[in-house]
Design a protein around this ligand. Structure first.
Ligand SMILES: Cc1cc2nc3c(=O)[nH]c(=O)nc-3n(C[C@H](O)[C@H](O)[C@H](O)COP(=O)(O)OP(=O)(O)OC[C@H]3O[C@@H](n4cnc5c(N)ncnc54)[C@H](O)[C@@H]3O)c2cc1C
Length: 267
């Protein structure tokens, strides 16, 4: 068993604007008096553009710009912060779906990944294949309740070591070192994993849109959620707050519960 300090989260991708395309569109509809805010993330500018496009609310009505403005709109909210604040308040969260964030979660257990992949709407996953990757060396993160109890911790270590040795023994029984046929190796590796611990450390890449991340953070940092998913989604929440302060403007850390809560839920 290889002890793991803590699961890790890496932000590896996020939605970027294509300024030439957006500028060409704005030019074609008559150059409304609106520009992406250079001090704001691409994702948040894209969310604002999606909303303003819906209502032709780039600027107040101007009869000279019929494709960009609308006689129903006499005033417009100024600034990305205020604009997105109103989207959140009114619950028109579908515009948040245009921007995505991708994370790699490393040294997370299959307990965690199984819970994470239950989130379907707006999500994409790629998970380390345990049909391909052999488990001769089992990384393992010890939950706090086990760390706090010496007898329990030792028992768990004993079992994980036993299961790790079982992997090696099964490899020897089937002469894995001498096999060349990948199909056969995959079939055997997949058979071996049936006796691997669900707590083994693995890796998953996950992409979600900003609307989905808000929902997942709320559900999975809740005190009712499991310890490991609370830690991992807590790290994701911190990254979201730092990178997209306007989309996460109503999200706050509750020191007492250790959870992230939202002013507007299920936008
Ligand atoms: C504390 C906790 C305990 C849990 N315990 C269990 C358990 O014991 N057993 C168990 O099986 N699961 C359990 N879960 C998982 C839970 O039931 C959900 O499957 C999981 O949280 C995914 O959330 P979601 O359903 O909101 O789906 P998401 O995929 O995150 O979707 C987001 C939202 O989109 C909408 N949506 C998505 N798909 C559909 C659809 N097909 N039709 C209509 N609307 C849709 C819903 O409004 C949904 O809330 C638990 C979750 C938590 C947080």
């Amino acid at each position: 068993m290889r002890p793991i300090e803590e699961p890790k989260v890496y932000l590896v991708a996020k939605t970027m604007l294509e300024p030439d395309g957006l500028n060409a569109y704005l030019r074609d509809i008559g150059n409304p008096d609106w520009k992406p805010d250079p001090g704001v993330s691409n994702a948040e500018n894209l969310v604002e553009a999606a909303g303003r496009m819906c209502y032709r609310s780039w600027q107040p009505y101007d009869p000279a710009k019929p494709e960009a403005t609308n006689p129903n709109v006499t005033t417009v909210r100024q600034g990305n912060d205020a604009y997105i604040g109103n989207v959140l308040k009114s619950g028109h969260g579908s515009v948040l779906e245009h921007a995505c964030l991708t994370f790699i979660c490393r040294n997370v257990s299959r307990v965690f990944t199984h819970e994470l992949v239950r989130h379907r709407a707006g999500m994409a996953y790629s998970q380390e294949s345990l049909r391909y990757v052999r488990l001769d060396d089992i990384p393992f993160w010890m939950p706090g309740s086990a760390r706090a109890n010496e007898t329990a911790r030792k028992k768990i270590e004993e079992v994980v070591d036993f299961l790790e040795n079982t992997q090696k023994e099964l490899s020897a029984i089937f002469g894995m070192a001498d096999l060349t046929d990948l199909k056969e190796k995959k079939q055997l590796t997949s058979m071996f994993r049936r006796v691997a611990p669900i707590g083994l450390g693995t890796t998953i890449m996950v992409t979600g849109n900003l609307r989905s991340w808000r929902h997942i953070i709320e559900m999975r940092t809740s005190p009712h959620a499991e310890e490991e998913i609370r830690i991992v989604t807590g790290k994701i929440a911190e990254i979201c707050k730092a990178h997209f302060p306007n989309v996460f403007q109503d999200m706050a850390f509750d020191q007492v519960q250790g959870s992230w809560t939202f002013g507007h839920t299920k936008v």
